[in-house]
Design a protein around this ligand. Structure first.
Ligand SMILES: Cc1ncc(COP(=O)(O)O)c(C=O)c1O
Length: 372
């Protein structure tokens, strides 16, 4: 029998959302001056604007694109875009895992649209060359539950007539985003920044703004989704004048993470840390015959939510395996998503330290032997 490995990951946080806090994070490091004050006070607006400015700087978002903080995490941001913009022209949805499939459900059952749906099984990607860009196209940049991502933005037509709507919640800060190709981009702080849930980020390019100002959907819109006033974009929302009251604690927590990302050197460094983590995990996978990737194609394999198959494992095995590692304080939340095939999912985003991934390898062997 294998002994327990000598080294434990210093931070056993490998969840794919909410993800590990940035290294060095602690609650007493948050700036709390604004707590207990109005979010519409001078200070409140300044802190919301600081958060927006830091996102623009660290993600290299051009001035052509507007950034808003909205309610409801990534789901809120993406549904806000769907509800306000879809219906003007045909819609295509790409779905290759649970979240993309969720947007199909929204489009069909709630919005009563009749989208073209391009699907692929867990581990694969639909044929992106089949996408007709006369339609509005919805996709997840990184499918968090299957560990499959789009390779880049080259497949998004420059001369598209429709809008590109990217749910990029497990992608931003991990891959460079081709902003001119993205009309709508959404994410939430809880993923690659290691922030909290509750608020989403909505990034709109000029074509999305033109859609909002030229198209009034034939459906009721809750106040939470209203981005226009008298047919014009409500610019205040993109300057920190949020639609309703935000959690300033979530914002301060996000500012901490963004300042951490900035201190590293921003996007080049957060993408590099992510790649290094995925490479460290790759060494572990390649050295073990009983571990393999759910995503077959290396060019579209996620660097963030890495999904692994475990030889012969069913859901019960994965439960025992992951509970054992959790009880040892070695790895939290590494079971595959409930909608995905049984397996492991190990987050490799920038807030994880490579040494912690490296320390995980021997523990996976130990748990494998215990559970077999
Ligand atoms: C691709 C994708 N879309 C949407 C969501 C939902 O995000 P939230 O819970 O922040 O709304 C997730 C969460 O894991 C996700 O991975």
């Amino acid at each position: 029998m294998l002994n327990r490995p000598a080294t434990r990951p210093a931070r056993p946080h490998f969840s794919s959302g909410p993800c590990a806090k940035p290294p060095g994070w602690s609650p007493d490091k948050l700036d709390t001056r604004v707590l207990g004050r109005s979010h519409r006070s001078g200070l409140g607006k300044e802190r919301l604007q600081t958060c927006i400015d830091l996102m623009r700087e660290t993600l290299w978002v051009p001035e052509s694109h507007r950034i808003a903080i909205v309610p409801g995490s990534d789901t809120g941001a993406f549904e806000l875009a769907m509800w306000t913009m879809l219906g003007a022209r045909p819609v295509t949805c790409l779905a290759w895992e649970s979240f993309g499939a969720g947007w199909v459900t929204d489009a069909v059952k709630q919005l009563k649209l009749d989208p073209t749906v391009l699907r692929a099984d867990y581990g694969a990607l639909p044929d992106l060359s089949q996408v007709d860009w006369t339609a509005d196209v919805l996709f997840t940049w990184n499918g968090t539950t299957s560990g499959v991502r789009v390779p880049d933005g080259d497949w998004i037509a420059d001369n598209r007539e429709g809008l590109s709507l990217a749910d990029a919640t497990s992608a931003v800060f991990a891959y460079p985003m081709p902003w001119p190709k993205l009309d709508v981009t959404t994410f939430s702080f809880q993923k690659v920044l290691g922030g909290e849930g509750g608020h989403g980020v909505l990034i709109l390019g000029p074509r999305a703004v033109a859609r909002l100002e030229s198209f009034t959907p034939d459906r009721p819109l809750p106040k939470l989704f209203r981005l226009t006033k008298d047919g014009k974009l409500n610019e205040g929302i993109f300057k920190g004048e949020t639609i309703n009251t935000p959690s300033m604690l979530v914002i301060e927590d996000a500012i901490f993470a963004l300042e951490w990302a900035k201190s590293l050197g921003g996007l080049p460094k957060t993408t590099m840390r992510t790649r290094e983590n995925a490479a460290a995990l790759d060494e572990i996978v390649e050295a073990r015959g009983w571990l393999s990737y759910l995503a077959g194609d290396i060019t579209t394999r996620s660097h963030t939510s890495v999904c692994l198959k475990v030889e012969g494992a069913d859901a019960d095995f994965i439960k025992r395996f992951t509970r054992l590692l959790e009880a040892e304080g070695v790895a939290f939340d590494i079971a595959a998503h409930r909608d995905a095939p049984p397996g492991l999912r190990i987050w490799c985003g920038a807030t994880v330290d490579t040494a912690n991934i490296e320390a995980l390898g021997p523990w996976l062997d130990w748990a494998w032997e215990q559970c077999r």
